[in-house]
Write a protein that binds this ligand. Structure first.
Ligand SMILES: C[S@@+](CC[C@H](N)C(=O)[O-])C[C@H]1O[C@@H](n2cnc3c(N)ncnc32)[C@H](O)[C@@H]1O
Length: 246
């Protein structure tokens, strides 16, 4: 049985060292906020606020949903004034009512939803919470990075003076799924968390979005609005509600 809180609860203590605050997060926030300055924003899988905090700094009214109580506790430490409203829950099942001007799912989090139909349902829910003229923003990696792997891939991250994380990625091409075993080694008993990433190509994402009642408005390869070329490693897709008009 898939547990959406497992990833966040397992990685909460190291998450900010794995994905530290970088200038790119500020750039991403400026890009996202540019779609509805000062507006209402809902983030699915808000995490520890890597994007949500700079978005709130820019004046956005941010509501974040996350399935992990431990991740939300970390966010609370970084946001003592409570600028970000949070909801503990599974975003594939329900979302705050809204309406919102932007509904965001960043950092490949849509792919953490482990099957296609649930991904479609997540996109449908995102669209249902958009107000007039609102947009859904979806950040995903290009599947090429994993889909070409014929052997397990091992990456080592140094996350502290005496701590490393070993990521071992196993790809199932037939199900478009990568299983990433995150092993943290800090001198104690190694801890393992398995992340499941069910990936989709941009064309499939557009088809899933269409089934979910959305249509692509624009797609970029980075948070500066760069064009998508054949070697793009990432896609930032902007969807709007497809109401049948032009
Ligand atoms: C890769 S992290 C991204 C966090 C943050 N958006 C960022 O950019 O740093 C994914 C987050 O989504 C949460 N998550 C994954 N699946 C979820 C689900 N079905 N419902 C709610 N939260 C989920 C995890 O707990 C984690 O905090």
């Amino acid at each position: 049985m898939f547990d959406p809180s497992a990833y966040g609860d397992g990685l909460a203590s190291v998450y900010d060292r794995l994905y530290p605050h970088t200038p790119e997060a500020d750039q991403a926030a400026r890009f996202i906020a540019g779609h509805a300055p000062g507006g209402r924003l809902l983030e699915l899988g808000v995490g520890t606020g890597r994007l949500a905090l700079p978005l709130a700094e820019l004046g956005m009214r941010v509501h974040g949903v996350d399935a992990s109580a431990q991740i939300l506790a970390k966010l609370k430490e970084r946001d003592p004034e409570g600028k970000i409203t949070t909801t503990l829950g599974d975003f594939t099942a329900d979302l705050p009512e809204g309406p919102f001007d932007i509904v965001l799912i960043g950092l490949n989090t849509l792919f953490m939803v482990p099957d296609r139909d649930k991904q479609i349902e997540t996109l449908r829910l995102m669209g249902s919470r958009l107000g007039e003229g609102g947009v859904a923003i979806v950040e995903t990696y290009d599947p090429w990075y994993y889909h070409r792997l014929t052997e397990p891939r091992v990456d080592v991250h140094h996350i502290g003076e005496k701590e490393i994380m070993i990521d071992t990625s196993y790809v199932s091409r037939s199900t478009q799924t990568v299983y990433i075993v995150h092993t943290t080694i800090d001198g104690g008993i190694p801890e393992k968390i398995v992340e499941i990433s069910r990936y989709a190509w941009p064309s499939e994402l557009d088809l899933m979005a269409r089934i979910a009642g959305l249509r692509l408005r624009a797609r970029y390869s980075d948070w500066e609005g760069g064009p998508v070329r054949d070697d793009a490693l990432r896609h930032i897709s902007i969807f709007e509600v497809d109401n049948g008009g032009e």
